[in-house]
Design a protein. Structure first.
Lengths: 100, 149
């Protein structure tokens, strides 16, 4: 089933929140979409209506946490990111060790 | 997406790391916390179960996990305390036209929300309909009384 990332570029949308309100995080749409669409990302928390996943960017090795709101739209899983931030390698190792 | 908020926005980098480490230490990711869980038996229409499984597949998670999450969300929305309809506020013409099916009557009686008094023939034949659970208790209580005697 198709999975896609949903962006709202309006003044109170998620795009502005993640990229304009937090320029210090130096995030890109590609990075966030890679984490959300990767089957290797780990779900670390469910805080309704949000879910949070952590994952590694293939090219750079950057480790990110992305929180999003899932919903079904047109027979696809639509993910609406609400938060993204880099995490440390230590935290990533701990989280992976818990799962493996 | 009309309403949304960022649950981690107020956390500093350090706070977020500590939060994630706490999750890693006490609440394994992906695998739902099972502490305090109880096993229940639930009858569900096959068609509803099929739809639930399809929705869970879309999200890449188990249908039971999804079911619990949705229940949590719904309870978080209204606290699970939606008031029952206020019968006194309903117009008489509406109330007088209410018809209950036998199944609805049985459900209300089972819950103890309706007391049925059935008369047939003489007053001796009058009896009060008890909820099945109450009848079951009465049946189980009899042997123990006999046992003592």
């Amino acid at each position: 089933m198709e999975r896609r990332v949903s962006w709202d570029r309006g003044p109170s949308g998620n795009w502005r929140h993640i990229f304009v309100e937090h320029p210090e995080r130096k995030l890109t749409e590609t990075e966030i979409e890679e984490i959300l669409l990767s089957r290797d990302s780990l779900v670390v928390e469910r805080r309704p209506p949000c879910e949070a996943v952590v994952g590694r960017i293939a090219g750079t090795g950057r480790l990110l946490l992305v929180a999003y709101i899932p919903r079904i739209a047109d027979d696809a899983l639509e993910m609406f990111p609400v938060h993204a931030r880099q995490i440390s390698a230590r935290t990533w190792r701990r989280l992976r060790a818990t799962v493996e | 997406m009309p309403q949304w908020s960022d649950p981690y926005d107020r956390m500093s980098d350090k706070e977020l790391e500590e939060h994630l480490l706490a999750l890693a230490a006490g609440q394994p990711p992906v695998r739902g916390a099972a502490a305090g869980s109880v096993v229940i038996s639930l009858r569900m229409p096959q068609e509803l179960l099929d739809r639930l499984r399809a929705a869970a597949d879309l999200r890449g998670e188990g249908y039971q996990t999804l079911m619990k999450r949705w229940l949590e969300e719904r309870l978080a929305e209204d606290g699970g305390l939606e008031p029952p309809p206020d019968w006194d506020a309903l117009p008489d013409d509406v109330v007088s036209n209410v018809t209950l099916t036998p199944a609805q009557l049985r459900t209300l009686a089972t819950r103890g929300e309706l007391l049925l008094r059935v008369r047939s023939g003489s007053r001796r034949a009058a009896r009060t309909a008890k909820p099945p659970a109450q009848r079951a208790r009465s049946k189980t209580a009899t042997p123990s009384r006999r046992g003592r005697a």
